[in-house]
Write a protein that binds this ligand. Sequence first.
Ligand code: PMT
Length: 222
Amino acid sequence: FESGSLTGARVVITAGPTREAIDPVRYISNHSSGKMGYALAEAARDAGAQVTLISGPVNLPAPERVQVIDVVSARDMLEASLARMGHCDIFIASAAVADYRPLSPEAQKIKKSGETVELTLIKNPDVVATIAAHEQRPFTVGFAAETQDVDSYARGKLVAKKLDMIVANDVSRNDIGFNSDMNAVSVFWNENQQSFAPRSKTGLAIELIELIAHRYQHYNDN
Ligand code: PMT
């Protein structure tokens, strides 16, 4: 297929937050709205890809002609992602996955009693690193949400998670990143970098998909 086009490619995108149960009525989560991931799904679809969106709980309508798989927790997201592995050429992890979950969620609502309450958390599996470590791995693109030293932490995650590319954003700002309609990112791969100044998530998604398609084609040619 042509440069910049994803015709025939099977693309799996994770989006939104995860929720990690504390008890039947409470959970740990984050501020992800899903906007970035849903915009990427639409852009990949418009570039000709067959798109599956594995989505945490968000308030966005399902994009047309995109298969949406709804999940709640990080472990659900991993299971759904692994189930797609045989049918995936490009995996894009834009979801804000909880790094930790309550070790033993209570079966009944925790009653108000003492002044303090302790919660023990345990590490969640890393979805994108698990996919990237797979024997027949897809071309794997991660995101990095940072509040400081954005570029160096992002490069660290590119290497540590064995990703093909990483898209870094500063989530300490409220004009971009979480929940905003705008984002600004730097993309890293090998020794290269490309930065995108603030713009709409829909516009940014089109440019990111073009860049990813370009790198993916290069990866297939080698
Ligand atoms: O949803 P929006 O409101 O539009 O906001 C978009 C966004 C800020 C959520 C998005 O642009 C973004 O940065 N997504 C990644 C959020 C994140 O969890 O970043 P991280 O640096 O903690 O994780 C690094 C990478 O590992 C990410 O690709 C993440 O999906 C993945 N990860 C992290 C932990 C985990 N247990 N499993 C994972 O797969």
